[in-house]
Design a protein around this ligand. Sequence first.
Ligand code: ADP
Length: 758
Amino acid sequence: MQTEPHGTPDFNYQLSQDHILKSFFDTSPIMMGIVDLEQNEIRHIIDNQATADFFGRDLSDMKGKLSSEMGVPPEAVKLWCSHYRIAEATMRPVTFEYHFRDRDLSATVNFLGKTDYGNSRFSYVVMDISFLKKSQVRLEEKVKERTREIEKQNAQMEAVFELVSDGVVVFDIHKNIVLVNDAEAKICGFESADEFVQSFSVLVENFEFRTFSDDVIPKEEWPINKIMRGEVVKDLELKGRRRDTKQEWFFKFNGAPVRGSNGEQLLSVCITRDITPYKIAQNKQTLIQDNLTSSESRYRYLFVNNPLPMFVYDKDSLHFLDVNQSALTFYGYRREEFLRLNLKDIRPYGDNYHYRKNGEMCSVEIHGNDMDFNGKKARLVLVNDVTLRDQVEKNLKETVEKLEEALKNVSDYKFALDQASILATTDAAGVITYVNDKFCEVSKYSRDELIGKTHRVVNSGVHSKEFFKKFWDTITRGEVWKGEICNKAKDGSLYWVDTVIVPFLDASGKPYQYVAVRNDITDRKTNLRALEEAINARDEFLSIASHELKTPLTSLKLNNQMAMRHKDQLERFPKYLDQTRRQIQRLIVLVDDMLDISRLATGKLSIQKTEVDLIQLVHETLDRVQDVIKQYGCSVELNLPESCYGVWDKFRIEQVIINLLTNAAKYGSGRPIIVSLGVEDSMAILSIKDFGIGIAQEDIGRIFQRFERAISKSEVSGLGLGLYISCQIVRMHNGSIEVDSKLGEGSTFTVRLPLNFH
Ligand code: ADP
């Protein structure tokens, strides 16, 4: 720039544009110049001083030289060439950085056009950015260092947050929670900070805050909102509550906004301290104090209103300090009077006797407790009038004795009744509510099987519906019912009970329970029935016997008449005599049987032991019943061993065989009779088999009993005594008699006799 040699500079001085540019070009500290690209070489057309300085050459020396000639290494030439080509191709300036001779350089190349020689011409501008680069690196390092520091601080902060027992929550300006520690989460009943609510809106939904006097704090007044509005909150005590879990806690709240350097609010920090345990303890204390106050008044109440006499006296002076109404009534004083007295006035002779105002002495029991009465050492006394208690005790004792006596009587009666009778109680509907052991024993049901059921359980079906209707009508009217009932035990057996049912009536006269007392009369009933049956049997027997006896007698009478009528015709007499003999024989059998029966009944039938040849006896017997067998048109087949001897009562065994053979003929339908004899195990086994009418299975059991017959009396004559007598005789020989029979097919009677019985 040119200046005036004298005076002020002339600003109107005009410079040509080229001149100015050349000046900038020459003096610029930035390297610049123009080059031509000749294939892969760079020829310097014009460079400025800065470039010459960089290369350490004279400007004149550089003009028209190739880069390689100036010591630029081939890879640098290659790099430059490639950027020149890009600029030419894109027709845009290309900027690139490169490191050359310890320098960081930033170059911009631009395509200027083609030369007359067909070369491409470019401008270049190169700036030394080594200083910039260095600053950048330094800056980056500084940033890194700072970041590391911040990270460290953050970690420390977080550690501190996690360690402090105070809860910390930090909100950003958008009310997002950016930080919360475990302590805060735990105060609010969460497991850890991870579970804590994520945003303020969720907090609003789930939390409720109250003052200690339980006033709900509106949301706008929440301390966090105050902080967000820029306020600072100090030592605010609140009660928090979770809506979801209903958990409640007490806490102290502190909080403040955090501002940036320009003063704008960035964060809101809240610090809460759990004071729940302290508050609970404080509440308990209050409660205890409340209780103390109320217990004092309660004691006062107890003192004043106690039905027992109570007073307080000064332990030093023995003067009365306080007295209750019961004591005034008991001793007969007015309050002012009493409070003027001392202990000795009512208790001149020791603790157990107190005097009333009227001079009456009463025996008392004293309970005393030392106490403080308005700063004085005093004693609180409770007086128990034992006179009355003694009286009551005596009365009570007498009553108890009477009751015990009565109870004993009742239990004695009950015991006696229990032993003898079957007891049961039912409710109004007849449902059994109680049964005694005897009931269970007789009915064979357990108590559990009876309670809750009706007496239908033991219904035997013996009594008619009308019988029970009458019975119910009586007891539901409230009247006692008496009668005999046949019941059925669990095993199906029947038992008879003499029964009395007593209804128990309620206030309206309706039965609410029935007590049934029963006595087992089964034996009596059975005996009675047996007796009745025996009488019937006897009557029947008498009618049969008279018939049976009458038949031969009638025929004898007829025979006799015929003989008388034909007394001159001697040739007819053997026939009459024979008939008479048979009828007499029949009569003898009947009478013998009847005699045997009475002998058996009186135990007078005896056994005369002799050695008997049973085979011979069978033959003899067959001879004797030959007539009868013939009369019924039967034949006998014998099946006898060579010999069979035994020691028996010959006459009685014969009687047995006669009975069995006669029956086989009588009931054998004219078919053959097989008589077999054998010996087995020292027993003679005699069987008489017929193929006659047989015996029904149900009758088999009873035909061996007295007077029992399995046929109607008119069919075949007989007294129903033969088998009974035979059975008794065989038993007396320690033997047995059995029958195997089928109705309509025949019967086999088998007699077993020990060969030598004792
Ligand atoms: P009674 O023959 O006089 O009636 P018993 O005591 O000998 O008396 O026989 C009793 C009953 O047994 C007979 O009435 C008859 O019904 C039955 N009974 C006995 N033996 C036979 C038999 N062999 N076949 C069928 N029934 C018989």
